[in-house]
Design a protein around this ligand. Structure first.
Ligand code: SF4
Ligand code: SF4
Length: 381
């Protein structure tokens, strides 16, 4: 395993961290996590050198933190724990501390090493601060030793990340980054230059890399065996990345990720040029559609325009048919993906006035919905 410093915190993290949003499920009960199997898998990861595990307040139907706390028994001095403050529940003064203590109690632990304000942008941090004073509570929790480092899980634009970095209170940032989605790259560089550790989530694009047609990798003409290796090594080729979190729900996936992430030979400069050439060509096509600047938001009907166009782009540029159809369905059922699908649009036209790309958003949404909601089965019949 390889290790990198987490910004200026003085700690070194394994380049591959264990993400626990999805843990192994019971054989016979769907959507129910199997604690014994999960603990065994997590401890196997620790034995193989992974020294950071990430969880969250309501992961795995509220069982996630309890399982992680249990798995850490006997390992606490060798493994860093990362968890998240449930921002959406922080409504009044004292809530931040109340939930932090609840999480510690659930895990039977006395501190969390890296504590992220979950899913925030610059505005939401300020709004919650005005209502509750949560930043002061976070500082106090740090002084009392309940948290070692305060971080944030970015859910906004790259400019939001920079503004939050400029506040000077965060030691790290957690953000999405992968070969197919490099939107945060410059903001990550900014964070790293300012001494923050950069922890990456979604290094494989939430499954998109696994489904990427082989022809794109073949066009790169490099000696990399498959898309998983390509995706993981691409993220690690970025020197601003301290660590990437990957959800690994079985031993085979865990060992495969460790094998690729642990390769001490970085992607060569020549290979990186070849990779960049293909990605940039695809990216140029992608930028014709939507740059995900989010200027069109908020939509009065909460249509998640950038997310829908991103999926549409993935389909048209990267040919990720099954992946995007599944991800579009998630928009309606997954509480972690905010907003509504294109059907909610009532044609007010507000968004189009704000789009710098002058995209005909309303007609594109209709087209996107038609394509993204067409199931493979329907197409075949
Ligand atoms: S046109 Fe549709 S997507 Fe655009 S702001 Fe109005 S309701 Fe939202
Ligand atoms: S304003 Fe236009 S380019 Fe920006 S996210 Fe919305 S649709 Fe995409």
């Amino acid at each position: 395993m390889l290790y990198r410093p987490l910004g200026k915190t003085g700690i070194n993290l394994s380049v591959l961290g264990f993400g626990t949003l999805r843990l192994p499920e019971h054989k016979n009960v769907k959507h129910r996590v199997d604690p014994d199997l999960s603990i065994k898998l997590i401890r196997h990861a620790f034995e193989l050198g992974i020294n950071i595990i990430d969880t969250g307040y309501n992961y795995c139907g509220m069982d996630g933190e309890k399982i992680v706390g249990h798995a850490l028994r006997g390992w606490r001095h060798e493994v860093y724990l990362s968890s998240k403050s449930p921002s959406h529940l922080i409504k009044k003064p004292g809530d931040f501390t109340k939930y932090l203590k609840e999480q510690l109690h659930r895990m039977s632990l006395d501190h969390i090493d890296i504590y992220h304000l979950d899913g925030v942008n610059y505005q939401s941090v300020q709004e919650i601060e005005e209502k509750t004073g949560w930043l002061e509570e976070a500082q106090k929790a740090k002084e009392e030793g309940l948290i070692r480092f305060i971080s944030f899980y970015a859910n906004g634009t790259p400019d939001d990340i920079k503004q939050l970095v400029n506040m000077g209170i965060f030691s790290a940032v957690l953000c999405s980054y992968n070969m197919l989605d490099r939107l945060n790259e410059e903001a990550m560089e900014y964070a790293a230059k300012n001494g923050l550790g950069v922890i990456v989530t979604n290094p494989l694009g939430g499954g998109a890399m696994a489904e990427l047609p082989d022809k794109f990798r073949e066009q790169m003409d490099i000696k990399i065996r498959n898309n998983i290796e390509l995706g993981l090594r691409f993220v690690l080729a970025n020197p601003d990345v301290s660590c990437m979190l990957s959800g690994m729900s079985c031993i085979e996936k865990l060992e495969e990720n460790i094998f690729y992430a642990g390769n001490p030979t970085p992607i060569s400069g020549g290979d990186m040029i070849k990779i960049e050439r293909v990605i940039n060509r695809l990216q140029k096509m992608a930028d014709l559609y939507c740059t995900e600047c989010r200027n069109c938001l908020p939509c009065p009907r909460e249509v998640n325009i950038p997310y829908i166009f991103k999926l549409y782009k993935y389909l048209r540029v990267y040919e990720l048919e099954e992946f995007v159809q599944e991800a579009y369905r998630e928009l309606e059922v997954n509480p972690w993906i905010p907003g509504k699908n294109a059907l909610a649009c009532y044609d007010c036209g507000l968004c189009e006035k704000k789009c710098p790309q002058e995209i005909k958003i309303r007609s594109q949404l209709k087209e996107a919905h038609k394509t993204l909601s067409t199931s493979r089965r329907k197409k075949l019949s």
